[in-house]
Design a protein around this ligand. Structure first.
Ligand code: ADP
Ligand code: MG
Length: 290
């Protein structure tokens, strides 16, 4: 045991990591009431540090979107807490959430860009709306909107188009640009590349890597470990509503600890690490269900 002087302890404290942009603690979310209700998330704890990209992986129904919704105030926690940028939002009502959203602190991108974009707004209006709502002058908002369109590698020719007049990949990139214009400290992306063909997927993943390099904090949710592997700093594995493993991306991929993670890694054909053969996967599945 070491007995540090108060000075040494103060110095040590200075080196402490900065406060997380997202702190989820012991989160439980139940859908439905009473005996018929069932929990979609149980005891989920996860921090996201400033500038960090955390990948959340899990099969369909494991609770990934529920986690995204809880962080965005779209479903309420039954237990536990959610802090966004140091602010405890767990008990926030609709009005407080609206105010928080208007400040643009936390933004989102969903799988289907038609859910993040208003079909009746042109690309330009979609991009400037979050800024206008915050009181930015129109001219300034337009300039900023254009700059962010450029950041997602789209041409200004698209500014006058409606979402319905864009390809799926272009639409998703507009949704990403819209999420970024307020310079949020955190962006939640729920299956952002899952609906895209492989060429568009690669492009959007490249953009996410650029955002990460620029210091935006991301929560990147996907059922596909291949998409997350090259993009995330850390990976959190969700299995049936519980986080079964959280660690540095390379560790989770190269030395998966939980049986379910081993199964995921074993069935991801695009990962460099050794792919498990069929009998190995069957054995892991048997362990999981046992
Ligand atoms: P994922 O995004 O990983 O596919 P979800 O978070 O959408 O998982 O769903 C987790 C679990 O919660 C599933 O069993 C799902 O059926 C259930 N669920 C999701 N949304 C609702 C809802 N609005 N009402 C009731 N159950 C829901
Ligand atoms: Mg989902």
């Amino acid at each position: 045991m070491t007995t540090a002087s108060p000075e040494a302890r103060a110095a040590g404290r200075k080196k402490e990591p900065p406060a997380p942009v997202l702190a989820v603690e012991n989160l439980e979310v139940r859908y439905g009431r009473g005996r018929r209700g069932r929990s979609a998330l149980r005891g989920v704890s996860l921090d996201v540090a400033p500038g960090e990209t955390v990948g959340v992986i899990g099969e369909t129904g494991s609770g990934k979107s529920t986690l995204a919704r809880a962080v965005l105030g779209l479903v309420r926690a039954s237990a536990g807490s959610v802090r966004v940028g140091g602010e405890d939002v767990t008990r926030y009502g609709n009005r407080q959430w609206r105010a928080l959203r208007r400040r643009g602190v936390v933004q989102y991108v969903f799988q289907d860009p038609l859910r993040s974009l208003d079909p009746d707004l042109t690309v330009e209006d979609s991009l400037i709306e979050p800024l206008i709502v915050r009181g930015a002058p129109r001219k300034e908002a337009v300039e900023r909107g254009r700059a962010f369109l450029d950041r997602v590698h789209l041409s200004a020719d698209l500014l006058g188009r409606l979402p319905g007049e864009l390809s799926g990949g272009q639409r998703q990139r507009v949704a990403v640009a819209r999420a970024l214009v307020t310079e949020p400290s955190l962006v939640i992306l729920d299956e952002p590349v899952s609906a895209l063909d492989s060429a568009n997927r690669v492009q959007v993943l490249e953009i996410l890597k650029e955002l990460r390099a620029a210091g935006t904090s991301l929560v990147f949710i996907s059922h596909d470990l291949g998409s997350i592997a090259g993009t995330a700093d850390r990976i959190a594995v969700l299995y049936r509503g519980e986080l079964v493993e959280v660690g540095a991306a390379h560790e989770v991929i190269n030395q998966p600890r939980h049986v379910y993670t081993r199964l995921l890694v074993g069935s991801a054909p695009t990962l460099h690490s050794r792919t498990a053969d069929r009998s190995e996967r069957d054995a892991l599945r048997a362990q999981l269900s046992g």
